[in-house]
Write a protein that binds this ligand. Structure first.
Ligand code: GLP
Length: 245
């Protein structure tokens, strides 16, 4: 039993499994999509949100709820991978979500160099629901330790830890194939979303989750602590994490 008491207003919800946690977030997202009004979703990549995207696809297959009024804004994209490369986040999103629903691909957005992504998002009404994963070092998007609270979309250098983890998960263990840079929404860009869900599954996220749970103020070396500044953040996690709430 921890002696610390959580001081932040972030809501933590622990589920029996990552499937249940993902279904919970899917229902929250679908409640908005099913209203049929224009909605902007902020989306994440990585292994964590795949179960959420599976749940959204299952719902589409069952109910044919239209996604025509949904626009999406992905958090980040690797630099220096050719268009169409299977490890680009654009291809990831097509594979796990976009090619299975009736979303208009013109309404799906990824940050690009020399484009003001933050202005584009704000001009289109801002992000209604932002989905996040978390890196083992506490990164959100590709905001690595050292990212400032005021950071906006920009080119970032990936840490060796992130390159190693991503090599293992997505590049067959070959670190040389992982791009060293990416373009990522900043911490301020993320905090502009109206509502945020952060998903964290498995033991590898244990330390990051403990830190986030006990965080009391922004720590530049632990980017996810920026979420303390937001009023509507829900963290969903599974039994793979030791954190007791
Ligand atoms: C990646 C992504 C993040 C993601 C994180 C965790 O590098 N840029 O958006 O949340 O790392 O990845 P995973 O879900 O595979 O653990």
């Amino acid at each position: 039993m921890s002696l610390f008491k959580k001081k932040s207003k972030i809501k933590f919800k622990k589920f029996e499994s990552s499937i249940e946690a993902s279904e919970y977030v899917a229902i929250e997202v679908l409640n908005e999509v099913k209203k049929g009004k224009k909605i902007n979703l902020g989306l994440a990549t990585g292994s964590t949100p795949i179960l959420l995207y599976n749940a959204l696809v299952s719902d589409y297959e069952e109910t044919r709820t239209p996604w025509k009024n949904v626009s999406t804004y992905n958090l980040d994209e690797y630099l220096n991978l050719p268009e169409g490369h299977p490890q680009t986040y654009k291809e990831f999103m097509k594979k796990h979500l976009f090619s299975h629903i009736d979303i208009n691909l013109d309404n799906t957005h990824f940050p690009k160099v020399n484009e003001n992504y933050d202005s584009l998002i704000q001009l289109n009404g801002g992000i209604d629901i932002q989905i996040l994963g978390i890196g083992t070092n506490g990164h959100i998007g590709f905001n690595e330790p050292g990212s400032l609270l005021k950071s906006i979309t920009r080119v970032v250098d990936l840490t060796q830890e992130t390159i190693d983890v991503n090599a293992k998960q997505f590049f067959a263990g070959n670190k040389d194939l992982v791009p060293k840079q990416a373009i990522s929404m900043g911490l301020e860009s993320i905090l502009n979303a109206k509502k945020i869900y952060l998903l964290a599954f498995g033991y590898s996220k244990n330390e990051a989750m403990e830190k986030l749970y006990h965080a009391e103020k922004f720590d530049v070396n632990f980017p996810a602590s920026a979420l303390l500044q937001h009023n509507d953040v829900t963290v969903v996690f599974d039994n793979g994490t030791e954190l007791d709430i």
